[in-house]
Design a binder for this molecule. Structure first.
Ligand code: PLP
Length: 443
């Protein structure tokens, strides 16, 4: 499949249907976004079993930052698989893992000495951060944000607060988590406006929570996404994360920066916190780290490290093939200047979305940093009533026309193509989006 092939879409045909039917019979949960059975991907394009070609503006849920099957990543995986596929990385040493740990300490924010713990997913990185924070601080409580998504295992789920369905029938979650509102300026829960608000959404911790019932000396860590992802691609004001950092430093609370979705060049810098000049104590990584190979990590201040062997561990974390894929990913992002492309194409995509907003009343808000862009759909711009059904209809029309999109929040669509996306591909996607919004409104 040519990476520059053009999109070609007919309704998914019999081959795809066979795969969908088999999947549905034997294992599918109810979470599928569209009945598309992919067989191969190259760059920004994905081909299905019936030969249809789609523009992938989901990057496989924010993972394929270097594009589908980047040849240098494929080569690194093949080479490593022929040398050493597995060798319990928490029990022994191997070079590719050590090299990746070193690279991760170089590219993550903060010039201090760091340590790395490898995992297999974003959820598992958050679990590791939860345990590290309690272990190293001796404190028991956590603070997280309403709208947050940090994963789905019981610890991570206890922080997650973006959709009721994630938690329904799973209570009790792990005790000790306080949720406070995120800096969602488009729908400020305090009905204030930035900057006149003086960042009340951070100050409230000191002035209300810590002053009334939550002693700050009990709080191990604050978990924050620098752009809230599943919660609706909510971009906080540029001074929000810095204010949070100051407050956590004042009380000796750890700041865990969840860069699982916003990391690895997605926003135009290695990590989104770097836009805000913030140095977190712990950075949680996964998704874009290895171009699709299941790998995650936390990178943290050296002094926080578990001082007892076995206090935390796993079998597959930092698997050699995943580490090789990750080193190649970092290399590609650097050598092909994908952060620069994400910044430039992100600005262009943002501009095109603002133009669409001018012609479609239902686009209430356009927001994003780099190639982490989104539009929030509303029934009425004045009341801002969310339009989830309209959003879902737009997504469906778009994939039928050859553009893959993913929703988030109550009525938002995110636009997260691989970082090597071109201007032409953005223009093509915006054409399809424009048509889809027009048709969905008629329906
Ligand atoms: C910010 C954030 N943290 C954690 C996770 C969980 O990652 P995973 O699905 O790899 O377990 C996600 C997944 O979407 C995420 O967006």
């Amino acid at each position: 499949m040519d990476r520059k092939a053009s999109i070609r879409v007919a309704p998914p045909g019999p081959k795809g249907k066979k795969i969908v039917d088999r999947d549905t019979r034997f294992l599918a949960t109810a979470t599928k976004a569209a009945p598309i059975a992919a067989v191969r991907g190259r760059g920004v394009l994905v081909e299905d079993a019936d030969g249809n070609t789609y523009l992938d503006f989901t990057s496989g849920a924010g993972v394929i930052n270097t594009g589908h099957c980047h040849p240098r990543v494929v080569e690194a995986i093949q080479k490593q698989a022929a040398e050493l596929i597995h060798f319990a990385g928490t029990d022994y040493y191997y070079d590719v893992q050590a090299r990746l740990a070193e690279r991760l300490t170089e590219i993550t924010p903060g010039k201090f000495e760091k340590r790395v713990f490898f995992t297999n997913s974003g959820t598992e990185s958050i679990e590791a951060a939860l345990k590290l924070a309690r272990w190293s601080s001796g404190r028991r409580q956590y603070i997280a944000f309403i709208g947050a998504f940090h994963g789905r295992t019981m610890g991570a789920l206890s922080l997650t607060a973006s959709k009721p369905v994630h938690r329904d029938r799973y209570f009790p979650t792990v005790p000790g988590v306080e949720h406070i509102p995120y800096a969602y300026c488009y729908r400020c829960p305090y009905k204030l406006e930035h900057p006149g608000c003086g960042l009340w959404c951070v100050k409230i911790l000191d002035e209300v929570y810590f002053g009334s019932y939550l002693p700050p000396g009990e709080v191990a860590a604050v978990f924050a996404e620098p752009v809230q992802g599943e919660g609706g691609y909510i971009v906080p004001p540029r001074d929000w994360m810095g204010a949070l950092r100051d407050l956590t430093l004042k009380h000796g609370i750890l700041l865990v920066d969840d860069e699982v979705q916003s990391g690895f060049g997605r926003t135009g810098k290695w990590f989104c916190a770097q836009h805000y000049g913030v140095e977190p104590d712990v950075v949680a990584l996964a998704k874009g780290i290895a171009s699709g190979f299941p790998l995650g990590a936390i990178v943290f201040r050296r002094e926080l490290d578990w001082k007892v062997a076995g206090a935390h561990s796993n079998t597959y974390g930092g698997n050699p093939v995943g580490c090789a894929a990750s080193l190649a990913t970092i290399d590609v992002i650097e050598k092909e200047r994908l952060r620069e492309n994400a910044a430039g194409m992100g600005d262009y995509l943002h501009k095109r979305l603002l133009e669409l907003q001018e012609s479609h009343e239902c686009i209430g808000d356009v927001r994003g940093i780099g190639l982490m862009q989104a539009t929030e759909f509303v029934l009425d711009r004045r009341t801002k009533e969310p339009a989830p059904k309209l959003r879902d209809a737009i997504e469906e029309l778009a994939w039928r026309k050859g553009l893959l999109l993913l929703g988030c929040g109550r009525s938002t669509i995110r636009y997260i193509p691989p970082l090597l996306v071109s201007r032409d591909q953005i223009d093509q996607a915006m054409g399809i989006l424009d048509e889809s919004v027009r048709e969905a409104q008629k329906e």
